[in-house]
Design a protein around this ligand. Sequence first.
Ligand SMILES: [Mg+2]
Length: 270
Amino acid sequence: MKKLTILLLVLAALTSCKVSVQHGDDAKSKQSSVNTEALKSVLYMQTAAEYRALCYQTFNFGKVRLDNYLKRMNMSKKYAIVVDIDETVLDNSPHAAQSLIDGTNYPTGWSEWIKKAEAKPIPGALEFLNYADEKGIDVFYISNRKEELKEATIVNLQEVGFPNVSDETVMLRTTTSGKEPRREVVSETHEIIMLFGDNLTDFLPVFEKKSIDDRFGLVDKYEKEFGAKFFVLPNPSYGDWEGAIYDFDYSLSEQEKLSAKAKMLNGFME
Ligand SMILES: [Mg+2]
């Protein structure tokens, strides 16, 4: 108990510490209260070449599997690949980075960022999806971005060069954040052969709002689907993996969330 208290104190000190943030060409330094807990995950996405390599790995392996499917397919049928958008095909780390610089939290600045339509593609996504499109596979984009952001989302996807981007193929959140009803709409006309996402709910509804233990159990249960039908992109910055730590209670303060996270650590000493 004593150790946990010390750990919490250290974490509390870390999250509130002042970090000098250099940004812009003039390298003006800005004193900002940076959330150092989130700092590392955002930096992993923006500076770790390993993150880049993992994204390539996912899409490269997707291409190997797609080539295998293509050999066996009856092309008189329509086939689809379903992808999530955020942190699957578009990189929103500039929004996360700006939040750290400004000391704000999601959703502050999210709509503003989306409306700029300047998100860059996740490494490997563009090449893979254009390859699939050339092979006659229809790509669908199922995202929980709000419907009011649809126009900017379509502009962004089209401008960076993603295939098959239209009002029909970009399916955003309307009534429910659950993606299964939208996958069912795609299934009415297509056989979905592969799904790409950074969150388990991008694959099956059974993963929605599950505890950490249940998430582990379900991933084990569907083990053979990963790298076959389901392809996961890394996202250390946010996702249901984080919500599960505090039972998806997003009303908790940042400090309460941090305490819940600290209690989840599994060490090896008494
Ligand atoms: Mg996502």
